[in-house]
Design a protein around this ligand. Structure first.
Ligand code: AMP
Ligand code: ZN
Length: 114
């Protein structure tokens, strides 16, 4: 897939609008268009990787940097009561955008997974 075909690459490039909440050299974060919690932020690596497995195999240090960016987002958003960082990998997970992204969810008790 070329970056022209990838929604999140287009968001990072500024070709598709987003509500930015955080950015550093390696990661970009924006509000989810269909929030599942009072705070729902999507954190993406600025480079294109399909999913967690893709980045873990190719550059695990970078995966750690994206995870650290998600923690920065949670702190910036004031999620002092706790939060959930979630990433879908592959069709059975329900992944719909095939550019790795971490969901940061919080702002209310989130309940059990499942
Ligand atoms: P996933 O289902 O894990 O692949 O997550 C994709 C997420 O991207 C969903 O939560 C969508 O609501 C979100 N999303 C899709 N399009 C946009 C967009 N243009 N701006 C912000 N979030 C989006
Ligand atoms: Zn992409």
């Amino acid at each position: 897939m070329s970056t022209e075909d990838c929604l999140f690459c287009r968001i990072i490039a500024g070709d598709v609008p987003s509500t930015k909440v955080f950015e550093n050299d390696r990661a970009y974060a924006f509000r989810d268009i269909a929030p599942q919690a009072p705070t729902h932020v999507v954190v993406v690596p600025k480079e294109h990787y399909v999913d967690t497995a893709d980045l873990a195999r190719k550059d695990p240090t970078y995966l750690g940097e994206v995870l650290a960016a998600a923690v920065d987002v949670a702190e910036q958003e004031g999620l002092t009561g706790g939060y959930r960082i979630l990433t879908n990998t592959g069709p059975d997970s329900g992944q719909t955008v095939f550019h790795l992204h971490l969901h940061v969810l919080g702002g209310r008790p989130l309940g059990a997974l499942g």
